[in-house]
Design a protein around this ligand. Sequence first.
Ligand code: FAD
Ligand code: NAD
Length: 404
Amino acid sequence: MKKPNVVILGAGYGGLMTTVRLQKLVGVNEANITLVNKYDYHYETTWLHEASAGTLHHDRVRYPITDVIDRNKVQFVQDTVVKIIPQEQRVLLEKGELSYDYLVVALGFESETFGIKGLKEYAFSIANINAARQIREHIEYQFATYNTEIEKREERLTIVVGGAGFTGIEFLGELVNRVPELCREYDIDPKKVRIICVEAAPTALPGFDPELVEYAVGVLERKGVEFRIGTAIKECTPEGIIVAKGDETEEIKAGTVVWAAGVRGSYVIDESGFEEMRGRVKVDPFLRAPGYDNVFIVGDCSLMINEETNRPYPPTAQIAMQQGELCAKNLAVLIRQQGELQPFKPDIKGTVCSLGHDDAIGVVFGKKMWGSKASFMKKMVDNRALYLIGGPSLVVKKGKFNIF
Ligand code: FAD
Ligand code: NAD
């Protein structure tokens, strides 16, 4: 019997989890497994706010994909996916193409700018290693340039963060620790630096526990963050942003604007003709795309409705990894033509949001926590993700052990 070709697109949490679990479940003679990724490394997306602020070097956030895959069983292709043609079971890459019997799409998220003018051109977003490195370098450049100019432009030292969702808050938590270091390094009076967070909803972290939100906002305000709540970014310009609160608009001049106010699934999904909403495909209970029983979609490109709330599950690493694990099991069933496909049942253990390296807030197994206890928990969550993909040796190499 011909060995089926299994192609996995994307080596983020969803794709890499599918790969490492599948390589354990099936033998060399049972399937050809190919993993495609734009880079030859995996990055911990959930640590990118640290690399963006410069509190953690980007090399700490990534590791070679070949460190965790079994090269006897998995062929790794470094290339960029351009389009999927599901009717023909083909994937177009920048440098070639692949055909498949079973496909797993795990291409992750991209920044969603909702058509707001100027954001694509003038704002940064925390999207991958290259973007994170650019944000860190850009902020540092602004600080380094400030004192070299005859006519000093204080707006160089203003950093705007768009959105007080989890990404915005975690990035602010790192920034407030990084800015004092930058001030010392570049002879800058800390009073001249402004960090402004603009959030359209009536609260930061909309939908999260109000007491914990108050704690997080309090911590960040005491470290200098100015929150503009109930205020929406309407435009981004080379000089800064235009915001609106009710009928009033205001220009905020800023040397750096980081847009952390929305994500969508990969544009490859739009290009490939799947039924989608902002790059996310509403998958069936077994994680398959409608109309294509041999195409699985996991992670941020998938959309599943939480029947308790009648709203989509949020795109998270926690869900992407659980989907990857199930997807591998379901692929093994199909490859062996034995057993039954299992439906996906998310097991949400909680949410922990860091506020720098030594503080955090969270709800874990229904229990609220904050301060150093929550911060410890956050590091355990980060280490657990490493363990699930690469086992104890990856935790030893990349884990976070600076507990307090
Ligand atoms: P990704 O992790 O985005 O991986 C996608 C992979 O596909 C990448 O390797 C990328 O290089 C590759 N790729 C993309 N396009 C192409 C292409 N065209 N061709 C080839 N390869 C491609 N979630 C949590 O649960 N907990 C957290 O604490 C948390 N913290 C976060 C912090 C930040 C700063 C951010 C931005 C997000 C955070 N999230 C968190 C959300 C979480 O990171 C995402 O839900 C998760 O990364 C989705 O996993 P994924 O596998 O779908 O995609
Ligand atoms: P998000 O969509 O969760 O939050 C975006 C925020 O931006 C919202 O509060 C929204 O009201 C605000 N916003 C939207 N448009 C705006 C505008 N024009 N002006 C000002 N504010 C505006 O996005 P995110 O924070 O990037 O999170 C993406 C996903 O990643 C979520 O599922 C989140 O749960 C997950 N995540 C989790 C963690 C964690 O668990 N620690 C950390 C980061 C991200």
